[in-house]
Design a protein around this ligand. Structure first.
Ligand code: NAI
Ligand code: MG
Length: 398
């Protein structure tokens, strides 16, 4: 038995991120997870006060303790961000950038895992018509592996590109043919860069997960017939890796557009899905919608050294100021379960997921999203459970 007491860096962030993290930590204690928590400053408050939403002291904490449990942050467009900055800092030429993206880049958290699994009895589960007009509720168990640092979100982009870049582009015959007549000032260019190293890491992580947890297939969800270089490289590498090291796992290949259509047709057929940054983002939101949406969508960002676990949802500022919080804590709790699996506490995560399954199946306690209400402060008066009541019920069912 591993009796070492862990230190977890708790990163509450903004808005509902604070509530769901606090409740999740309370639940973890009841579930028998013994840990010390140190709080890391992150988010809007620190941007306003210090001009940095991700202070160095937070980076240091993660460097030291390796594991972060993150709620959510508020981001705003450049101009709005500047407006809210402490007047004393306004002269400094500071530019706001998202601290979660900053974390992913600083620690090279290149592997993003987003599981989407149906809980029987969840009123938000996807249903469809089957043969003879029957209503079917497919059980979905998909895990999306999204490359988290490169591709279209890599940040290498220009409007009115500098001469060197323009000359580089103009050396490509397709550029000359399709864009050669466009004035440089009218061009905006975003790049989609894939490296072999990062592509191999996400592919291997996907195959290893499939083997370890018994998934039949790994699907590369890209568009290699059109995006030949990047998507093409990923699929080719997947073939090589599968042949050499994972012959027991099937390799499938779908195009992102077709995959989004098949999503509602046969989502139960898929197991592990692997994709680049943007297509991974899209396909994981698509699958999350089939299992309950933002109140249920969890994720892990894994680097070689540091890992951060977070729900997919944001800070939902609309709901942040309610006297009693109404949001669903399950996405955050599930993210904590991913953390437990990662640090070698699968017994505790199993217990927590068992409790979630019982509470959902029983259906007595449901947050507003599960009751298909629109969010407002009075949903509790109408029978929806508060964040705290839901957490209490999960604790009772452990
Ligand atoms: P959001 O995810 O915060 O909220 C969108 C809507 O989803 C909410 O209004 C609510 O109806 C629902 N929702 C979200 N979480 C829920 C939960 N736990 N239970 C029940 N319903 C839930 O996205 P939005 O409104 O687009 O962004 C709000 C702020 O969050 C922005 O500043 C945005 O930049 C930031 N954001 C941060 C993320 C992060 O910290 N990783 C991710 C996405 C957005
Ligand atoms: Mg997204």
């Amino acid at each position: 038995m591993n009796m070492k007491r862990r230190t977890i860096v708790a990163l509450p962030g903004d808005g509902i991120g604070r509530v769901v993290l606090e409740e999740t930590i309370r639940l973890l204690g009841h579930a028998g997870f013994e840990a010390d928590y140190v709080e890391g400053d992150i988010g809007w408050e620190f941007w306003k006060r210090e001009g940095n939403p991700l202070p160095d002291r937070t980076i240091d904490l993660l460097e030291k303790h390796k594991i972060g449990l993150f709620g959510a942050i508020t981001s705003k467009p450049k101009d709005a961000a500047f407006q809210e900055l402490d007047p004393a800092l306004k002269e400094k030429g500071l530019v706001y950038s998202s601290p979660i993206v900053g974390l992913r880049q600083h620690f090279n958290l290149d592997i993003c895992i987003r599981p989407c699994k149906t809980y029987p009895g969840n009123p938000l589960n996807f249903i469809r018509r089957g043969a003879g007009n029957a209503i079917e509720e497919p059980e979905i168990d998909v895990v999306i592996f999204r490359q988290n640092t490169e591709g279209l979100y890599g940040g290498v982009e220009w409007s009115n590109p500098p001469d060197l870049v323009y000359q580089g582009l103009a050396s490509h015959p397709k550029f000359v043919k399709n864009f050669g007549h466009v004035p440089k000032e009218e061009l905006s260019v975003s790049t989609r860069i894939f490296t072999k190293k990062a592509t191999e890491r996400i592919l291997r992580a996907a195959f290893e997960h499939a083997r370890r947890y018994g998934y039949k297939s790994v699907t590369v969800c890209e568009k290699p017939n059109v995006i030949r270089e990047t998507s093409g490289m990923m699929y080719k590498m997947a073939q090589e890796i599968q042949e050499a090291d994972f012959p027991g796992t099937e390799l499938w290949n779908t195009n992102i557009d077709a995959q989004m259509m098949w999503l509602t047709k046969n989502p139960e057929n898929y197991g592990v899905i692997v994709a680049g940054n943007m297509f991974g983002d899209i396909v994981s939101d698509g699958f999350a919608g089939l299992i309950g949406g933002l109140g249920f969508a969890c994720s892990a960002n894994l680097g070689r050294d540091v890992s951060v676990f977070e729900p997919t949802h944001g800070s939902a500022p609309k709901y942040a100021g309610f006297p009693e919080s109404i949001v669903n804590p399950i996405a955050m709790v599930e993210s904590a379960c991913m953390m437990l699996d990662h640090i070698g506490e699968p017994g505790i995560s199993k217990k927590i997921r068992g409790s979630i399954a019982r509470v959902i199946l029983e259906g007595r306690v449901r947050t507003y999203d599960m009751m298909k209400m629109s969010g407002s402060a009075d949903v509790i008066g109408k029978g929806a459970a508060s964040t705290r009541q839901m957490t209490d019920t999960l604790i009772e069912n452990l």
